[in-house]
Design a protein around this ligand. Structure first.
Ligand SMILES: NC(=O)c1ccc[n+]([C@@H]2O[C@H](COP(=O)([O-])OP(=O)(O)OC[C@H]3O[C@@H](n4cnc5c(N)ncnc54)[C@H](O)[C@@H]3O)[C@@H](O)[C@H]2O)c1
Length: 347
């Protein structure tokens, strides 16, 4: 049985990853400082699976804590979700973002190196791509981000590419095997309705916002711009069901044994459906699937928003043998089940 260390395992995506990993027969060790999550999410993971991850409440910047975990647990690979993720907050507090995301990853890499654990799956993001007029992004597109959050992800990607390149110079006996997974827009929740996205305060992302308007916690959704060159004028994004997304991580772990990683490598893969939906399509489909009205207004465009952005997921299909299984109705029905069963999240 392989043991996976999941950093940020109590968070939105991390908790869903714990469920899929445990159900796939992995032993799971979680490290989380609960800066953006609650221990209750892992209680729910246990309720869904009948299995418990081993939990360490620690900050990934605490080198001693990480070294102790590696000494105690027989870790085979690390899935690294821990990080701060709000674009807006990263603009007002960049030092905190670089410290938590970039420095935190450096400390993790040092601890992994010392423990000779060199299998890593990293949560990257579509925000690492440079803005382009071609809306469907492939992994070899130019990189460049326009905000500190995106730049922290891009810096980490560059560090990981350097670490992998150094293996060839050093002729390392155990080379790094690193998978960079560039997520598009994860939404939805586990079909049990027991775990889901539980943002602190006012949500930054579209789906939790829509759900909270539908349940009456928020009065109105603002649709930022209806004059983009898209089919209905609103922004188009590639939404991916969080369970499909985390299954991509298990495929990535499997791929570490495949030919392309045999001598070590650092490779990026898009995790998206390849299909874009507009904000109005999301609202209309949400209303259809849940039979709940969503009160919204059209507001001016927001600086920095792209008209359209969706994945080319062909490489993940070819090399990770992964593709999405769930459709937009599933994503929205599952998001609503989580929200309506848990109006106040995990509280
Ligand atoms: N949700 C998205 O839309 C999205 C999109 C692209 C990439 N990502 C990336 O995926 C990862 C997971 O995202 P999420 O949506 O689950 O976020 P989340 O905030 O729900 O989960 C992150 C978890 O990491 C923990 N954490 C943060 N800093 C830590 C530290 N220094 N030490 C220990 N634990 C720490 C938090 O407490 C939280 O449980 C993040 O790295 C994020 O940047 C998310």
């Amino acid at each position: 049985m392989q043991t996976i260390l999941v950093t940020g395992g109590a968070g939105y995506i991390g908790s869903h990853a714990c469920v899929e990993l445990l159900q796939a027969g992995f032993k799971v060790v979680v490290v989380d400082n609960f800066s953006n999550s609650k221990p209750e999410s892992l209680v729910r993971v246990q309720k869904i699976t009948g299995l418990s991850p081993t939990l360490y409440q620690a900050d990934i910047r605490d080198k001693q804590a990480l070294s102790d975990i590696f000494a105690k647990e027989n870790i085979d690979a690390v899935i690294h979700f821990a990080g701060l993720k709000s674009v807006g907050e990263s603009c007002s507090d960049p030092l905190n973002y670089y410290n938590n995301n970039v420095y935190g990853t450096l400390v993790l890499l040092e601890a992994m190196n010392e423990a000779n654990v060199k299998n890593l799956i990293f949560s990257s993001s579509a925000t690492v791509y440079k803005e382009s007029t071609i809306n469907q992004y492939a992994e070899d597109f130019p990189l460049g981000s326009i905000n500190p959050y995106g730049r922290s992800k891009l810096m980490i990607e560059e560090i990981l590419r350097d670490v992998s390149t150094a293996d060839k110079i050093n002729q390392s006996a155990t080379p790094w095997k690193i998978v960079l997974l560039r997520y598009f827009n994860p939404i939805g929740a586990h079909e049990s309705g027991m775990i889901g996205e539980d943002p602190n305060g006012i949500p930054n992302n579209l789906l939790p916002y829509v759900s909270q308007v539908a349940i009456g916690k928020l009065a109105q959704l603002s649709v930022w711009g209806d004059d983009y060159p898209t089919r209905d004028g609103t922004g188009v994004r590639d939404y991916i069901h969080v369970v499909d997304l985390v299954k991509g991580h298990i495929k990535a772990i499997d791929a570490l044994d495949a030919e392309q990683f045999k001598n070590g490598a650092c490779k990026a893969y898009n995790l998206g459906t390849g299909t874009g939906y507009s904000v109005l399509e999301i609202i209309n489909t949400f209303e259809k699937v849940t039979a709940r009205p969503v009160n919204y207004k059209i507001a001016p465009r927001r600086a920095g928003d792209l008209a359209e952005c969706f994945a080319n997921p062909a490489l993940a299909l070819a090399e990770l043998h992964w593709q999405t299984e769930k459709n937009l109705d599933d994503m929205l029905a599952d998001a609503w089940r989580w929200q309506s069963n848990n109006p106040n999240g995990y509280e």
